[in-house]
Design a protein around this ligand. Structure first.
Ligand SMILES: *Cc1c(COP(=O)(O)O)cnc(C)c1O
Length: 388
């Protein structure tokens, strides 16, 4: 593949340090294949930086982590893992048919409604003995996505107590009560949601149900309010990968660079059409470069609607013109000298110019703006690109 994505390990570590300076206890969120960067690339870096707690979306991702750990052990790369317990929490829905993998791989599951809880307990009792199911209870503080409502908490407590009383054989271990804040930059909304969370916590605290931890922060809440809502953990994803969690810059370091190359150069006349359809009419006699990147690589088609979008060639801006194709784009090289086929093109990141200086940079946030979307959406869509 002519497109590749480079992961800057040093900058990832820098971001980790910045996050830890606010909350030293973090659950590293590596869901959805580490936001598209590859669990196999990101997990070892975090592991080597003393991270012990990880959050995934799916059971397959938890299994993958356990496999990586087993291979580490086999290859005796393992000294730094001695006396460390690596915990995995699943944030998304684990279907009952995958329940056995939960137990086999020591995965802590998120429980967010009664149906799911009943299903899990039924399978636990039917197929296991002397086994603990570790759960994180998700409560709804206002996002209305997953989680028990405040009005359901007393019933939930009853269900848990009843289970504890009647099942000496298997155990329900409540690792945490947690929630997710949906609008961190809106202070009134955030405070309302935090209050709701606190209120639910109080109901648990008044009962005999025991749980270990509380956690609320994701990247936006962490960076907006700093230590204020630290609780026991911060669950952090985007900030690790260098995505700015707030509307203003917090100084996170860029972690990814996406590069491709020019595969063809041609001269066209003023008013000639380029690419599919009739959007791409050149306004002057032009030198056009064809770059091997397109929507199949995750470079979103919608970017063609922005008149601002560009890539970097010889460290200079080369505007994208015409429709974005499956694996190619057209860029304007008219004002850039000394360009040849095979030259490197930077899609995200920075590039030296012919004076060996860096004057231009394309951020994930910039590309997201061109595409009319958010950084996470741009990043996760690069999932299929080769990483190095
Ligand atoms: C994805 C996710 C996170 C991580 O959020 P970031 O904003 O990427 O740090 C935390 N908690 C939950 C429940 C999530 O789904």
């Amino acid at each position: 593949m002519l497109v590749n994505l480079e992961i800057n390990r040093k900058n990832l570590e820098k971001n980790l340090g910045k996050i830890r300076s606010i909350n030293k206890n973090i659950i590293c969120v590596i869901k959805d294949n580490a936001y598209g960067l590859g669990i196999e690339n990101i997990f070892p870096i975090l592991l080597e930086n003393s991270c012990n707690y990880f959050a995934v979306a799916y059971i397959e991702e938890a299994i993958k982590i356990r496999e990586i750990l087993k291979n580490f052990e086999k290859e005796k790369k393992l000294d730094f893992l001695k006396n460390r317990q690596i915990k995995i929490m699943a944030l998304n829905y684990i279907e009952p048919e995958n329940f056995k993998y939960v137990i086999e791989n020591n995965v802590e599951v998120t429980v967010f409604n009664f149906l799911q809880l009943y299903d899990y307990l039924k399978i636990l009792d039917k197929s296991f003995e002397n086994t603990a199911l570790k759960i994180h209870i998700k409560v709804n503080s206002g996002m209305n996505r997953l989680g028990f409502n405040e009005s359901e908490i007393l019933k939930l407590i009853e269900v848990i107590k009843k289970y504890e009383k009647n099942h000496k054989n298997n155990k329900l271990e409540i690792i945490s009560i947690f929630s997710h804040v949906s609008d961190a930059e809106n202070q009134i909304e955030t405070e309302t949601q935090v209050e709701k969370y606190e209120k639910i916590i109080k109901i648990f605290d008044k009962s005999d149900v025991k749980y270990q931890y509380k956690h609320l922060q994701a990247s936006p809440l962490l960076f907006k309010y700093k230590e204020k809502y630290n609780y026991d953990f911060a669950r952090v994803g985007m900030a690790l990968y260098g995505m700015e969690p707030l509307s203003y810059d917090t100084g996170l370091a860029d972690v990814i660079t996406v590069k491709s190359q020019i595969i063809n150069i041609r001269n066209v006349k003023k008013n000639d059409k380029i690419s599919y359809g009739s959007k791409g009419i050149v306004k002057r006699d032009s030198k056009i470069g064809i770059v091997s990147v397109g929507y199949a690589h995750g470079f979103q088609k919608q970017i063609e609607n922005s008149l601002q979008a560009y890539v970097l060639v010889n460290g200079k801006k080369a505007k994208i013109i015409g429709e974005i194709c499956m694996d190619m784009i057209f860029v304007d090289l008219t004002d850039i000298e000394n360009v040849k086929v095979n030259d490197e093109v930077v899609i995200i990141g920075s590039q030296k110019n012919i004076e060996n200086e860096i004057t231009e940079k394309i951020t994930l946030r910039q590309v997201a703006k061109w595409a009319g979307t958010i950084q996470d959406d741009v990043l996760t869509k690069f999932s299929a690109i080769k990483k190095q």
